[in-house]
Design a protein around this ligand. Sequence first.
Ligand SMILES: NC(=O)c1ccc[n+]([C@@H]2O[C@H](COP(=O)([O-])OP(=O)(O)OC[C@H]3O[C@@H](n4cnc5c(N)ncnc54)[C@H](O)[C@@H]3O)[C@@H](O)[C@H]2O)c1
Length: 301
Amino acid sequence: MKCVVTGGAGFIGSHLADALVERGHEVHIIDNLHSGKKEHVHKDAVLHIIDIRDLEKIRKVFKDLGAVKCVFHLATLPRVPFSIEHPIETNAVNVDGALNMLVASKDAGAEKFVYSASSSAYGDQNTLPLTEDMRVNPKSPYGLQKYIGELYCKIFYEVYGLPTVSLRYFNVYGPRYNPEGDYALVIGKFIKQKRQGKPLTITGDGSQTRDFTHVSDVVQANILAMESDKVGKGDVINIGGGSNTSINALASLIGGPVQYIEARLESKDTLADIKKAKELLGWEPKMQFEEGIRTLLRNTA
Ligand SMILES: NC(=O)c1ccc[n+]([C@@H]2O[C@H](COP(=O)([O-])OP(=O)(O)OC[C@H]3O[C@@H](n4cnc5c(N)ncnc54)[C@H](O)[C@@H]3O)[C@@H](O)[C@H]2O)c1
């Protein structure tokens, strides 16, 4: 079966592409290598170095491919602070780019479109765990843009009949995690600081909690979403570890001195309700958080 993975040279997309190749699929990656790396692309996957803002080039890939089983859309400018500084640039990739992928997939008659959505759509809520039927409350252009992508997926099912499903990931971690730059996510940042013998910098008081999800579990959810007949009507499904950890607890698990720095605009707590994923996909996270972190520490030592 032919599959398209946008963002397939990036962190999550490259793991997904590997898993699809290993299952015998013909995998085509669309990535402009903005942050993705060629060395993360499986040798048996085909890399198309294309920007998702360029609809004509995307159409050309689909035309050459013929029948496509599934399009996994992951390409994004993914950082919250970056989106606050660059709302127009991030909108062009995160919203217009997603729309281009939906249009090209619909026109090519793709059998399914699996969209990588984000728990950042929830923003702050009064109750936990976060359930898919809660009213969204994004706190940043990124959160809003990712949510607009979900709405487009729903509309593309309802108006054009393209089977779509949105998977809302909660803080994904694992190998190939990007530890560089000011916008690095917390686990990568801590591991890098520890390696450099620097204190782990905690924003605010560190009591904020996150539901961390291992990348192998996210990959499995994508594959089940492609295969399951129960999803495709624009469904929105949480993909999270189902338990949360404070940033202070994460720092102790990684170990070493800490330094508290200024709080930033971010959600206080996240915790996924994962009942829907169990019901519709038969999915459950397999990787225990402590084990996932220990493995990551061992492999990045
Ligand atoms: N990592 C997380 O914790 C997390 C949480 C929730 C949702 N997500 C979603 O998962 C998806 C993958 O995230 P990731 O962490 O692997 O990010 P990543 O930055 O590692 O990967 C994104 C990929 O998209 C590519 N890209 C960026 N702009 C592009 C463009 N204009 N055209 C083509 N390719 C482009 C990059 O080169 C990169 O390879 C994203 O949709 C993100 O919103 C991630």
